[in-house]
Design a binder for this molecule. Structure first.
Ligand code: DX5
Ligand code: ZN
Length: 230
């Protein structure tokens, strides 16, 4: 599977978001990762569907991966479907009927994912494998950008990849989210991850070039080269 690089706009300059998403896409990113936090399921508050609607209105055409860290999730799933999300992941702890939720995401023509926190058993996705397109293995506890990578996520990805392959879900992707950067993305790729979220590693790069876009291209190329070297 072609590896996907997904910058998280949580780490972008929020006063320039339209430019920030355009710049990472022009710099070679595949997908925009859109972290939705509600100060309830996670101890932080970010943004909602109106921001995605505004970015679409502003001309954003790239795929958008919505990571819903909200409880409940279902009403926001509907709203994100309406404003042009392409992929939505939900956490089992935040959904009363997660089987219904992921099936609804797919019925609407989007890709569905299930996000597993570092303390959540991998078996939580077992009954859902037929209904999803990707498993999101969290490599930090959700809620904040810029946290330290939790290395046990690597073994969890390896186990998940084996389970997916043994059970015939060879096209199901593994996304990893939290603390990923140039120094550890290769280990994630070796563990079977093919969909990489990076917030601060991309948007936090020092501006050594005349435009941020050049900085982003350099870091995205380096991330890709690390993945290719696995
Ligand atoms: C954490 C979020 C992540 C995070 C990634 O709750 O889901 O997407 O913003 O940011 P970094 O790469 O800075 O850890
Ligand atoms: Zn995320």
């Amino acid at each position: 599977m072609q590896p996907l690089i997904a910058p998280s706009i949580l780490a972008a300059d929020i006063t320039q978001l339209g430019q920030e998403v355009d710049d990472v896409i022009a710099a070679g990113a595949d997908v925009i990762h859109f972290d939705v936090m509600d100060n309830h399921y996670v101890p932080n508050l970010s943004f909602g569907p109106s921001l995605l609607a505004a970015l679409r209105q502003n001309g954003l055409s790239a795929p958008v991966d919505v990571h819903l860290m909200t409880a409940p999730a279902d009403r926001l799933v509907e709203e994100f479907i309406d404003v042009g999300a392409n992929m939505i992941s939900v956490h089992p702890e935040a959904c009363v009927h997660i089987h219904r939720t992921v099936n609804r995401i797919r019925e609407a023509g989007l890709q569905a994912g299930v996000a597993l926190n570092p303390g959540t058993s991998l078996s939580a996705v077992d009954p859902l494998l037929e209904s999803i397109d990707y498993v999101l293995i969290m490599s930090v506890n959700p809620g904040f950008g810029g946290q330290k990578f939790i290395p046990t996520a690597l073994d969890r990805a390896r186990t998940m990849r084996e389970t997916l392959d043994v059970r015939g879900f060879t096209d199901t992707r593994i996304e990893m989210d939290g603390g990923i950067g140039v120094g550890n993305i290769r280990s994630a790729a070796e563990a079977g991850v093919d969909f990489f979220v990076a917030g601060s590693a991309i948007y936090g790069v020092a501006c050594t070039h005349p435009t941020r876009r050049d900085d982003y291209a350099e870091v995205i190329e380096t991330l890709r080269a690390e993945v290719a070297a696995r």
